[in-house]
Ligand binder design. Structure first.
Ligand SMILES: NC(=O)c1ccc[n+]([C@@H]2O[C@H](COP(=O)([O-])OP(=O)(O)OC[C@H]3O[C@@H](n4cnc5c(N)ncnc54)[C@H](OP(=O)(O)O)[C@@H]3O)[C@@H](O)[C@H]2O)c1
Length: 265
């Protein structure tokens, strides 16, 4: 595995596993929680050590259960969770703390990376929630704190007013919406961009397939390689063990400048 180093020295795997439909009936985001850990256990077997969840996915306890079942050890798996800066999660400071404590209890002992899932339109609301995250960081209950879906203005406000600057910004990035400017801005401020939905939806797969044929790689591997090569971590999700293995096999080739021009085009 290769890693990106965050501003506080924490090492994050360049690729992790998305889980927003894991442990749920019919692999449906809104489906009933089944507690099934099959996809998580195959992720660990395939070498994934970064797992992305959130309060809103309702499956934090499934992640915690899978870590115990895997016997790999809590310290060897890096878990990201998130709280939205929206009601009901932020209705009072006590409510926020209850949600954060529950995340810790579900995942086990601490949460490696904790993000504000969705910004509020009100900058002060974001800052108030951020201050609670900072206090958990101070206590070592979170090892990294950051944001998700923040635009430049929202990120700048936190950078200017927070005691601890956000270390990560998880945002959508795929060929329909690469988010180049926001990625550039995040990188410039040492805030690691992480691409959610990196494979979905993908038009013009042929361009990527053609590039991949030179390296014996698939369109998905080309797209994931593109992101990590430009300094962006990725968290593709797959329920399928073969595709999980395929997606993580992206560390043995390099895209050329010409390939990158075609991908961005
Ligand atoms: N912060 C946020 O607001 C936010 C928003 C959305 C998502 N996320 C996180 O980001 C993760 C990833 O995003 P996502 O799940 O929306 O989309 P994604 O990972 O880009 O795409 C998932 C889809 O791609 C398919 N797939 C995976 N690998 C493939 C391959 N090698 N070839 C062909 N198809 C492949 C999967 O099908 P199979 O399962 O059949 O392989 C699945 O249908 C989520 O699970 C979640 O953890 C965060």
């Amino acid at each position: 595995m290769e890693y990106f180093k965050l501003s506080n020295g924490f090492l994050v795997p360049k690729i992790g596993m998305g889980t927003n439909t894991f442990g749920k009936k019919d692999n449906d985001f809104h489906g009933e929680i089944t507690g099934d850990t099959k996809e998580l256990l195959s992720s660990y077997q395939n070498g994934y050590r970064l797992i992305d969840t959130a309060i809103m996915y309702r499956n934090e306890a499934v992640i915690g259960k899978s870590i115990k079942e895997s016997k790999i050890g809590r310290e060897s798996i890096i878990v990201t969770s998130k709280i939205s800066a929206r009601s009901p999660f932020i209705d009072s400071e006590e409510t926020i703390r209850n949600y954060l404590d529950q995340s810790i209890e579900h995942i086990g002992e601490y949460v490696d990376i904790y993000l504000i899932h969705h910004p509020s339109a009100d900058m002060e609301t974001n800052l108030n929630l951020w201050r609670v995250l900072e206090s958990y960081y101070d206590k070592g209950l979170f090892k990294v704190i950051g944001v998700s879906n923040f635009d430049e203005e929202q990120l700048k406000y936190l950078m200017d007013h927070a005691r601890i600057k956000p270390m990560m910004n998880q945002i959508e990035s795929n060929p329909n919406r690469f988010n180049h400017e926001l990625i550039k801005y995040s990188l410039m401020h040492h805030c690691l961009p992480v691409a959610w939905g990196p494979l979905d939806p993908v038009p013009n797969k042929d361009v990527l397939t053609n590039i991949g044929s030179k390296y014996h790689k698939t369109w998905a591997q080309v797209l994931l390689r593109y992101q990590i090569q430009r300094g962006v971590a990725v968290i593709p999700k797959s329920h399928n063990a073969i595709r999980q293995k395929e997606n993580i096999d992206i560390f043995d080739f390099n895209l050329t400048d010409e390939d990158i021009r075609k991908i961005e085009g």
